[in-house]
Design a protein around this ligand. Sequence first.
Ligand SMILES: NC(=O)c1ccc[n+]([C@@H]2O[C@H](COP(=O)([O-])OP(=O)(O)OC[C@H]3O[C@@H](n4cnc5c(N)ncnc54)[C@H](OP(=O)(O)O)[C@@H]3O)[C@@H](O)[C@H]2O)c1
Length: 566
Amino acid sequence: MAVSSGLATASFTGPKLESPLLSSSSLSRASPSQLPILFKSTSRHPRHRKLPSLQRGPRCEVLSSSSSSSSSSSSASDVAVVLENENGNADVKSSSVSALELLKTSAADRYTKERSSIVVIGLSVHTAPVEMREKLAIPEAEWPRAIGELCSLNHIEEAAVLSTCNRMEIYVVALSQHRGVKEVTEWMSKTSGIPAADLCEHQFLLYNKDATQHIFEVSAGLDSLVLGEGQILAQVKQVVKVGQGVVGFGRNISGLFKHALTVGKRVRTETNIAAGAVSVSSAAVELALMKLPETSHANARMLVIGAGKMGKLVIKHLVAKGCNKMVVVNRTEERVAVIREELMDVEIIYKPLTEMLNCAAEADVIFTSTASETPLFLKEHVKDLPSINPEVGGLRMFVDISVPRNVGSCVSDLQNACVYNVDDLKEVVAANKEDRLRKALEAQAIIAEESKQFEAWRDSLETVPTIKKLRSYADRIRVAELDKCLSKMGDDISKKTRRAVDDLSRGIVNKLLHGPMQHLRCDGSDSRTLSETIENMHALNRMFSLETEISVLEQKIRAKVEQSQK
Ligand SMILES: NC(=O)c1ccc[n+]([C@@H]2O[C@H](COP(=O)([O-])OP(=O)(O)OC[C@H]3O[C@@H](n4cnc5c(N)ncnc54)[C@H](OP(=O)(O)O)[C@@H]3O)[C@@H](O)[C@H]2O)c1
């Protein structure tokens, strides 16, 4: 009898947080009972987070009539507001003071807001089955290419890819939340071959503070199938390592991931979340033992395929459970030799990958954990394997923790095999629910503290647009006055004199700007607080009418569009 991963598919029926390609009216929420992961049901599950008002109200943009650089031309009457209706059609409303007010206070004025949004578009073990996640998985070597492609999208500035066996999450800095999400979803659909509508069914979306909190929880191991497991921290670290020097793994996203590493380490040192923490591989061993008749634990023939990080952990857990003989298949022998040296008392027989099927014929339980992109076991390989002794359950057991899976899904149709994949581990980890909740609570306090710190850091970047606009405002005045002066001086002035006048104008502007610029920086080098710096920013914006300058975001969007049209 074949055992399929019914658990996994049964869990993915709940609605998602938000579907970017559906209208806001069709959004729905999951009830706690619909949530597939036990720990999350009382924690802040992504689908339960409050939808920002942007998702509900009409979308609102400023037409560029107000974008001219002249401050005097920016009265309310110059502002035309485009309200995008539910059908995406634009209604140009007559301008009015209230429209301007709406613009200033609306959470929906995404193009006039100076700050881009951090967005996570993800599918995880809690929301999507392995069948879907494996199609989305991106191997580490491909991350830089993926970042490049994502950042070439019109509304994406920065990006990172977190692709693990439990999750496929794309973190971006988006110039527009709505359009950014749409573009990334379409990109994911194109790269995976999964229709966008299907992705939306299983996708979760989180913005800004919620996205920050999510990656902090992920890094701390709170969102893992196996609470507190350590591999995720190593994977977050790898994202930072691979991202170094990649254009697009920018200041915000790299800052976010670096901070997530700090959180992950803090949670593990300051709480007992990692105490007795298991890993995906130990859960795999637990599952196998749970499914085998107890009397066969000592003599079941164990085969481990793959001797990487996960394979090694599987071997170690098998040994911890009393297994002292096993066959290990790997492409190369080096890694197996290292493991053998570490576990001197255990009989580890190495076989190359070419011997895999022969080894499978002589094994009762087969653990697979390789980084192969294609399945190693297909139906035709398994169907003719000799049968298994009824004392060991009568079925050949495959425990596949690889993503993409190493055991083809069709193998589970066979009568002589039972197949478990990474999603089936839920059965094992569900056992210690109470413990999970208690440990998670301890970690949440640290995460809340660190989230505040990260937000403060992001806020400190908020003055950058004002700095840029003040400089460009001053420079326009300088150039205009310089032109007037040079034309008065006539054509016969020497190059040297021309340069001297130019230098003079620059010198004056730079000296005048030095003070205000100093007061717009809050990098810890002086005693100014962030709130004081933000106050200074608002004051300068008012004094020089900088808010009426063309939005930095808008400039960026225009540059992107121009770039893509080339
Ligand atoms: N790391 C985690 O936290 C984690 C957790 C759960 C599941 N997983 C999944 O477990 C699998 C292995 O992960 P890992 O962290 O152990 O990776 P790893 O340390 O990089 O090891 C990769 C293993 O796969 C083998 N391999 C690579 N390409 C292969 C191919 N084309 N055919 C056959 N074998 C191949 C390697 O053999 P050589 O030694 O000969 O190179 C090595 O044994 C992945 O599918 C991953 O998604 C990982």
